[in-house]
Structure formats: C-alpha cells, structure tokens
Write a protein that binds this ligand. Sequence first.
Ligand SMILES: [Zn+2]
Length: 480
Amino acid sequence: MAETTVIRDVDYLVAWDKESGRQRYLRGADIAFSGSNIVHVGARYPGQADRTIDGRKLMVMPGLINMHNHTNTMPAFKGVREELGSKKFYMSALYDGWPLFYPEPEDQHWNSHFAYAECLLSGVTTVVDMCRPFPGWIETMAQSGLRGYIAPIFESARWYTDNGYQVNYRWAEDDGRKAMDLALKTMDQAEAHNSGRLTGMVSPMAADTCSVELIRDSLAEARRRKRPMQLHVGEAAVEFHEMTRRHGMSQVQWLHQHGLLGPELTLGHGIFLDHHSWLHWATNEDVKLLAANGCSVSHCPIVFSRYGITLENFGSYREAGINMTIGTDTHPHNMIEEMRAAITLARVSAENMFNTLTADVFHAATAGGAKALGREDIGGLAVGMKADMVLVDLDCPAMQPVYDPLRCLIFTAADRGVRDVFVDGVQVVADRKVLTLDQAGAAAHISAMQKRIMAKVPERHYAKLTAEQVSPLTLPESRA
Ligand SMILES: [Zn+2]
C-alpha cells in the first residue's frame, strides 16, 4: 500500500478549479496524497494517514514549472556574465560572451547539481532543461527528485564571431542530424529511467541555427512521440535582423510559412518579434500568429533585463491568446524572483500597472507550464493530479503580515518563504534544506571549475583578451 500523507486545516490552499481553469484560495482545507497522487482536497479528510502535517500556519501551493533552463553551464557564470553584454550585438552576450566561459563536459553535472538545488529551494517541482548531452545528466536529474524534462539541444549551425561585430554561422547539417539522433536517444534513456519522473522534450536550438528541414523533422518527431518541443526564437535583435536578411520576413512568419507553428511548440523567449520597439519592422503579425496556432512562450525576464532587454509585453501576449510560461534560464534559478520580475517588467514596458497582475504570472508559472508540456496532471492541486506541492511558511517574518500570501511570497519573501517541497508525493525539501542533493559540495566544484575556465579565456577569445579584460571587476582591486 502506498503511504498516505494529510496536511490538515491548511490556512491557504491554492486549489485548482478545473471548471474555470484558474487557481483559487481555499481556506481551512485538508489535502491528502497517497503515493504520487492527490486523493483529497476539501473539508476534513476522513481516511487514515501515515503522516499528518499541521497546515494551520501554511500556504500549500502547486509546485512551480520552470520552463527554460541550461543548467549545465549557468552556475559557473555567476559574477562573470551579469555585465558582459556586447556593445556591437545590441547588448546581447550570446555571440562573444557565452562561448568564452563554457565549462568542459566532464564538469557540467556539478552546475546542474547546483542549479537543481536552487530550483527546489524556490518551489520548482518541474524543470525543463535544454543542454548538449553531458556525462551524468540523467543521473543528476533523477537524483534531484525533480520532475524533469530532458531536452537535448541540436542544431545545423553554430554561431561564431572573429571580430566582435559580425555574427557568422558555421553550417554543418550532417552534424546537426547526428546531434538530433543523439538527442532522441538521450530522451529515450531519460524516459526509461526507473524514477518514472523524467520525460523527453524535442529541442532544436534556435530559428537562426537550424535548417527548415531540421525544424520540420523535429516537429514531426515531437508529434509522433506526443512530446513537447522548444525552440529559441526572438532572443536577440541580431537574430531578427539575420532572419529578415535571409528570408525577408520575421522568424515567426518564416516558421508559419513552413507550417511549423503548433500547440506542441514553445518559443524560448519570444522577445524580438516583429512588434518589438527596437526593431521598427513594418508588420505586427507575430503575436497574432503565435496565438492563432496555439503556441506557448517561455518568458525568462531576469536574464534579459540584465542586458537592458525586455519582452514587450507579457499582458499583450496573454490577451492575444498566447499560452505564457515562466523560466529562469540562468542563476539564481529562483522562480519566485523570476515571477516578480515578470510582473514588474511587464508593467514598466507597458507603462501600465494593470497590464499584468500577480494572478496572471502565477498562472503562467503553474498551469501555463503544464499546458505547454501537454499535461493535465501537474500545475495545480486537485484530486487525481500529481502530489507536486510547496509548503510556504506563513509564520516566517518575511511573509508577515499575511493579507494575500501570494503577493507576500512574490513581492517580498521569495525563497525565504518556502519551507518544504514534495515532488511525486516524495519530500525533497524539508525546513529549507534540499534532501536529495549536496549544494555546498557542488559549489566547491563550481568554484574550482570557474578558475579553470577563466584561465582558458585568452585562447578562446578572438582578440586573445583575458577574462579580467572581458569582464572587469566591479571595483578596482589591490592587495594590502
Ligand atoms: Zn535558452
């Protein structure tokens, strides 16, 4: 018999209302789960329980769905890349920043290890992770206890620059095909893992780095497997200019022309579409096309805001009918801070505080992610859904006074409010400690890794600059 846990008399239970398709606060309820499934939400649970948790000082909410990550690299970039944009690539650091600091494959699992711990501590229970396959990926994801989407990336071309102002594409379609084969095999391995929590996602890298044939075959494979697909689209102004130069139309219009938009597809970022104010393009069709074709967008506001870039804007995408989702993309992998940024940056970019409300972004971070992944069993708390849930401590000072617990959590407490996390009915965070991973141990490996990477920067840089020249320190440094 599966073990049953009941959380009694929960002060605020964020319950999923299937009829309205919205979350709502349910006061004074019990929630019970048996094995991996929720068996009761409502007034007093009449059954027997193996474990009882007192819910009187808690908000119990559905686990957050983090729709966009590259965990194998990001933790090693901490302190290095936050101010490393390029003055000649519309402030993006994709082309001459990221490749300089890329960790070696055998080190990458420590980054994922650390990032998964960050995710869990901010209430994430499902993570979509887009990486080139590296040793230990599936094992680390399984060990974390997260519900994981293994999304191995592949592409027909790689960016490079040899002067810091022109982006070139090194096309190698055969390599892209081989990488796609490896990606599909890696997805199969993940799905065969005995944790039962891992699923594959088809993830061709980007609109500008994949041939139309590769994207077409990717979408066909996603449909054949009944799995979601994610493609980076609109992540840099340079990419928009490149695609309009190649095709005379935006990336979205190009995908649409080839019949490559659909409800399986989540666009990674979706910022630089034809309406974006930096582009002054003459059409204003992309948002409507994405909505009409049932597409999702994974919105990762923090990493772009560091480069002065933002999506314009969350509210207009949502009102047009695009399924909006949230991802952290980079460190600190803090989904609650990410939700805060999504709200405030939407209001700033719209010059209207009513553009986006807390409920809109909370929906995106829960039910929106579930919809993008094609799932009805996560993203909410209701009978029959998975026991993926977060227990928020209403007693902690950062959460008080509690008039509206989600506003307290998102605008103030963030991860300080997250006490316990359950995934698939198994406790993975207890009293703010990750039970499944060694975050401090991973941090020590990442510190050593970053030193090794920094030493390699001159051999990777087109003008042989050092790490300190590329990314100068915040303050001048000297020794006493
Ligand atoms: Zn990405």
